[in-house]
Design a binder for this molecule. Structure first.
Ligand code: ZN
Length: 150
């Protein structure tokens, strides 16, 4: 009886934990119509790290309709996207060693997915951040804002 009771308490503690902890993950989808499923993402300041998973729900290959998820300051987005086009698909349309890129996934095609985890400390309150797909021509439509949230 005593053992059963303590086991039940442990189970209750485990079940309660996810409710108390902030959700430090997000999932976003890209499709064959060149769209992201979300226009905004909020990162809780209580998270040490944040993980974004990009899922390509379409069928087209990455050479035709590839998508990635790239995070930069809003002011850097255009230049990073332009430099990414020159970098090409083998480099996931990201200039090698680009310090303006805070985080990025690889380019995925239909049915594929990729995740990236970054330190929330890299984000500063008051700065504006954007995420986008750096596949040539996609960032005009495939973009959104990322904010720090309490
Ligand atoms: Zn794309």
């Amino acid at each position: 009886m005593k053992m059963w009771k303590s086991a039940a308490l442990v189970l209750m503690a485990v079940a309660a934990a996810p409710v108390l902890a902030a959700d430090c993950t997000a999932e976003i989808e890209g499709n064959d119509a060149m769209q992201f499923s979300k226009a905004t993402l909020a990162v809780p300041t209580s998270c040490k790290q944040f993980t974004v998973t990009l899922k390509h729900t379409g069928k087209l290959p990455k050479t035709a309709m590839g998508h990635n998820w790239v995070l930069t300051k809003a002011a850097d987005m255009q230049a990073v996207a332009t430099d990414g086009i020159a970098a090409g698909l083998p480099n996931n349309y990201i200039k090698t060693g680009d310090a303006r890129v805070i985080a990025h996934t690889k380019v995925v095609g239909g049915g594929e997915s990729d995740s990236v985890t970054f330190d929330v400390a890299k984000l500063k309150a008051g700065d504006s951040y954007m995420y986008f797909c750096s596949f040539p021509g996609h960032s005009a439509i495939m973009k959104g804002t990322l904010t720090l949230a309490k």
